[in-house]
Design a protein around this ligand. Structure first.
Ligand SMILES: [Zn+2]
Ligand SMILES: [Zn+2]
Length: 313
């Protein structure tokens, strides 16, 4: 029996069969805060044709866990492609080793190239993760991209059919991949199986484009969303509606605070995230910047940015 029907749990990874074609594989690396799920690699297969969506982490241990799983439980599959949802190292950095070992072609959206080749902006975090992150960042930059793929492209592997949906927001070149066989959307970090999504601060991400992307995704007839982090989502429309509402509420909150006179980044952070964990501070600040960028684009405020300190004038 090649397919794992139940969750296989050991201390390092989980593998779970989701549909006839899709297996969720997660190496449990600690990422930002306790409770935040590590990134998923999705193994998609039909007969012996297979595709990976995202590649997981690029350190040797993480790579070996995924390789060993595939070698043990799916020894006959041929992995044609590794489809990356975006450049971030928790999704992309495993692909160099995987592409080499399985002789697979790696695809990503063209707008991700610059971010993929540059180290990510420094993020805070506990020392043990910073060490691993350094390896992930290095590996990420070496990702061997075979082809850049944009909106509307169809990718076939045996009976598997994927449609590329470009969904800018979290990053400008974020792609979702619709597996037509199962009406299942691989959403990367555009939609998470977790409370909310961080939008990269401009120019890497864009809040207005993010909201547009969510509205577009609502128009697809989906059975499932397979997110970049966390469990499969069974009610796609509800989830997307919730995300849109959350963003619009946060935008209103920020705008109201500005109107009340809270016009510096420092003051706004204190009001919006009074008890935030240290490890999440950078993400939260990105979030605030993404909202402020959108408010300025909507002509509701005017920003002054000096040495990456944001202020409303
Ligand atoms: Zn990301
Ligand atoms: Zn991620």
């Amino acid at each position: 029996m090649l397919i794992i029907k139940k969750s296989l749990k050991n201390k390092d990874y989980t593998a779970q069969k989701i549909t006839k074609h899709v297996i969720q594989h997660t190496v449990h690396n600690f990422q930002f805060i306790k409770g935040f799920p590590a990134s998923n690699t999705w193994i998609v297969r039909s007969d012996n044709d297979a595709v990976l969506v995202d590649s997981g982490f690029g350190d040797e241990d993480s790579f070996l866990l995924l390789k060993k799983y595939i070698d043990t439980y799916l020894p006959k599959i041929k992995i044609h492609y590794i489809l990356l949802t975006h450049n971030h190292s928790d999704h992309s950095s495993g692909s160099r080793k995987l592409a080499e070992y399985f002789n697979a072609d790696v695809f990503i959206h063209p707008l991700e190239e610059n971010m993929l080749r540059a180290p990510s902006k420094r993020e805070s975090g506990p020392i043990e993760i910073r060490k691993r992150r350094r390896i992930w960042e290095k590996e990420k930059q070496l990702t061997p991209i075979k082809k850049y793929i944009d909106e509307g492209k169809i990718i076939k592997a045996g009976k598997l059919v994927f449609q590329v949906i470009h969904t800018p927001g979290h990053t400008l070149g974020s792609n979702c991949y619709l597996l037509k066989n199962d009406k299942l959307l691989f959403s990367g970090d555009t939609i998470l199986g977790y409370d909310t999504v961080t939008i990269s601060a401009p120019p890497d991400g864009d809040m207005s484009k993010y909201l547009e992307s969510l509205k577009r995704l609502k128009r697809f007839n989906l059975n499932y969303i397979a997110p970049g982090h966390g469990p499969i989502i069974n009610k796609p429309k509800d989830k997307i509606n919730k995300l849109i509402l959350h963003r619009l509420n946060r935008e209103k909150q920020i705008y109201d605070l500005i109107m009340q006179g809270h016009k510096t980044e420092y003051k706004l952070m204190k009001m919006i995230y009074p008890n935030i964990e240290k490890n999440l501070k950078n993400s939260a600040k990105n979030q605030l910047h993404a909202h402020l960028g959108r408010l300025e684009a909507l002509n509701k405020i005017k920003l002054q940015i000096e040495k990456n300190k944001w202020k409303i004038i």
